[in-house]
Design a protein around this ligand. Structure first.
Ligand SMILES: Cc1cc2nc3c(=O)[nH]c(=O)nc-3n(C[C@H](O)[C@H](O)[C@H](O)COP(=O)(O)OP(=O)(O)OC[C@H]3O[C@@H](n4cnc5c(N)ncnc54)[C@H](O)[C@@H]3O)c2cc1C
Length: 388
């Protein structure tokens, strides 16, 4: 049986980007995923930084997408909302059929071998791994787990996520309606938010909450349906979806394992999602690129060290900060302060626009707010005890 340098399990953004990068660096790489073309349950919000990373593989102008002009934050308890203007290119929303399909095609064009099947098992031996798919087996010296939140690679070679580190996301694709603004309604019970993300032919409306909050998919989806109905918008069919999102606590991030002997986890399989905004596509691309460069450039031990250090320094340290802020974001008092501050202060609006676009790091969030001219408002936000 042919020995591949690397077999990648899963061809979402993380897997496709790992495969493309490795193939361009000269590795013999196969990528296994039988799902394409498919829609992944997702808002489909792609930030400017994600588009920039994938820019030489995806022609953003050719991608069917909505350019988002504004993000509206809603305080439903008081019936108030405030809008934040986004610059062109800060955020686009695309269907994952189109976005992921383009990345998968780019991986194949770079020389990665697509295997359109599903991985059923992975067994390690002395010189690599045997990957059993529904349609046969492949061999590899190195395995990359890019198989999402329910990762088989993670379950076989590391350990599954704790339930407390997963959030449930569910809602509807609302066909026949669209917009150029995203809507974010922060909810205290359960702590999380309802969103509406417009694509060219439909809205992706959803709600997410931590899986250990006691609310199942049915109850959450009913909330999303009530929200859609309350808007009395004209629309066509409602297509339900639900999917887990890794949403780790600070402690879980601090003890995160992203590699082991001969294997690497990237994207959702590694847990690399912002636990507040649930942005995951950028981190999927970034971790995929980091894994590919490490595997291609170093000995096994060196590659693991290089990958783990990059993931910690460029991704995990920032996500730990988000996890620490998280509890405060969904409390009614914070929602009130935030919506008031957004309504009154251009400076605070600029900072929040940066947070939505992924350009405002959590590391400097307090200081960015403190630098706004409306120091009183910013200071109330900073001092709010949930912010610490
Ligand atoms: C409802 C919802 C809304 C979201 N909104 C946003 C958003 O607006 N913006 C954003 O940036 N992020 C968002 N996210 C997060 C984002 O969807 C993920 O972080 C991102 O898709 C991770 O990419 P990935 O490649 O790691 O995994 P995935 O995109 O999940 O891809 C995994 C791939 O692995 C394949 N696979 C799984 N198991 C196997 C197997 N055994 N064999 C072969 N293939 C397998 C699957 O078919 C899939 O193609 C959202 C998530 C959800 C659930």
């Amino acid at each position: 049986m042919l020995m591949n340098d690397v077999v990648i399990v899963g061809a979402g953004p993380a897997g496709a980007w790992t495969a493309r990068t490795l193939a361009r660096l000269g590795a013999r790489v196969a990528i296994v995923d039988g799902s394409h073309p498919r829609e992944k349950p997702c808002g489909g919000g792609v930030t400017g930084r994600a588009l920039a990373l994938a820019g030489d593989a995806i022609d953003a102008r050719a991608l069917p997408r909505c350019e988002i002009r504004a993000a509206r934050f809603v305080d439903s308890a008081r019936g108030l909302s405030a809008s934040v203007t986004l610059a062109g290119g800060d955020l686009v929303v695309a269907s994952r059929t189109d976005f992921d399909g383009a990345l998968f095609a780019a991986a194949a064009a770079a020389g990665a071998t697509p295997i359109r099947s599903r991985v059923l098992d992975i067994v390690a031996d002395t010189d690599g791994f045997t990957v059993t798919t529904r349609d046969g087996s492949v061999r590899a010296r190195t395995i990359v787990g890019a198989d999402g939140a329910n990762s088989l690679v993670r379950r076989r070679l590391a350990r599954p996520f704790d339930r407390a580190d997963i959030s449930i996301a569910t809602g509807y694709f609302v066909h026949g309606a669209t917009s150029d603004e995203i809507v974010i309604e922060l909810t205290a019970d359960p702590p999380g938010y309802i969103w509406s993300f417009p694509r060219p032919t439909h809205l992706a409306v959803g709600i997410c909450a931590q899986a250990d909050q006691g609310l199942g998919v049915g109850a959450l989806r009913a909330r999303a349906l009530d929200w859609i109905r309350a808007r009395t918008m004209e629309h066509g069919t409602l297509e339900p979806y639900s999917w887990p999102i890794p949403s780790l606590s600070a402690r879980s991030f601090e003890s995160l394992t992203t590699s082991g002997p001969g294997w690497y986890l990237v994207g959702d399989a590694a847990g690399l999602v912002d636990p507040i905004t649930r942005e995951g596509i950028y981190f999927a691309l970034l971790s995929g690129e980091a894994a590919a460069r490490a595997v291609a450039s170093s000995s096994e031990a060196g590659a693991r060290r290089q990958y783990d250090e990059r993931v910690k320094g460029e991704i995990v340290d920032e996500l730990v900060r988000a996890a620490r802020y998280k509890a405060g974001f969904f409390r009614p008092r914070f929602t009130r302060l935030l919506v008031d501050a957004l309504a009154e202060s251009e400076g605070v609006r600029r900072v929040m626009a940066g947070l939505v676009a992924g350009t405002q790091p959590y590391e400097t969030l307090k200081w960015s707010l403190a630098r706004t001219a409306e120091l009183g408002l910013a200071w109330r936000l900073i001092r709010s005890k949930w912010y610490n």
